[in-house]
Design a binder for this molecule. Structure first.
Ligand SMILES: O=c1ccn([C@@H]2O[C@H](COP(=O)(O)O)[C@@H](O)[C@H]2O)c(=O)[nH]1
Length: 228
């Protein structure tokens, strides 16, 4: 199975659907995040689902347990394959989110965003490294009965050792040639190549701008697929 989920972080619905149609032979699923969901809601998800690939709703829910459980119930009708919540919401929130999700929906917890490093954590009062914080939140997510977590490629090997049957979603991926063609890391701080993340144990490889902003998105997706 192709582990690549294309992040459709595009403001226009027609452009998102057109891109998904173009690259559908080279990716395994489609990820819809906050930008897309705030702009197009349930209607937009239904339109993208017509492309025929699994849908990953990357909504990163983070609120009190009752509110997150209610949100999970409201998106159940969209039949997502994967939904994200924030591990920092705590164990009770994660337990209630999982209980409210459908049977066929994997609930995974974001540990430390790939756009953050140790100094960003320190500025928010977290004294440990990104690596240690990922491990701590991974243990909490496993205890809460979730299916897996979101982390960077730099942590996934160690996370995999602690949680043998976990489901590991890895964003912040940049093909080796990304910098020369101008995409670079952008706002991502903990980056890795798709192949290295896959070798380290990633279950899902989330890739956005290296495909969506490439001059030829189909060629970019095919090239990344070819490295795996
Ligand atoms: O820690 C995280 C969690 C989620 N994301 C999401 O993944 C994609 C990455 O897009 P790129 O364009 O490939 O950087 C994006 O939708 C993020 O919201 C993440 O990057 N890091």
């Amino acid at each position: 199975m192709n582990p690549i989920y294309l992040a459709l972080d595009l403001p226009r619905l027609d452009a998102a659907v057109a891109l998904a149609q173009k690259v559908k032979g080279h990716v395994g699923g489609l990820k819809l995040g906050l930008e897309f969901f705030c702009a197009h809601g349930h209607h937009g998800v239904h339109e993208v689902a017509k492309v025929g690939l699994p849908i990953f709703l990357d909504l990163k829910l983070h609120d009190i347990p009752n509110t997150v459980a209610g949100a999970m119930q409201s998106i159940h009708v969209l039949e997502p394959a994967i939904v994200t919540i924030h591990a920092a919401g705590g164990r009770a929130m994660m337990e209630d989110a999982k209980a409210a999700a459908g049977e066929n929906c994997k609930v995974v917890a974001v540990t430390v965003l790939t756009s953050l490093d140790g100094s960003d954590l320190s500025a928010t009062g977290i004294g440990s490294s990104a690596h240690d914080q990922v491990l701590r939140l991974t243990d909490l997510a496993a205890e809460a009965g979730l299916d897996g977590i979101v982390c960077s490629g730099h942590e996934v090997a160690q996370v995999h050792k602690r949680w043998k049957n976990g489901y590991f979603v890895v964003p912040g991926l940049r093909p080796a040639e990304a910098s020369p063609n101008g995409i670079g890391g952008g706002d991502q701080k903990r980056t890795m190549t798709p192949r290295a993340a896959r070798d380290a144990g990633a279950s899902v490889l989330v890739i956005g701008r290296p495909i969506s902003r490439a001059e030829d998105p189909v060629a970019a997706a095919r090239a990344i697929e070819g490295t795996l």
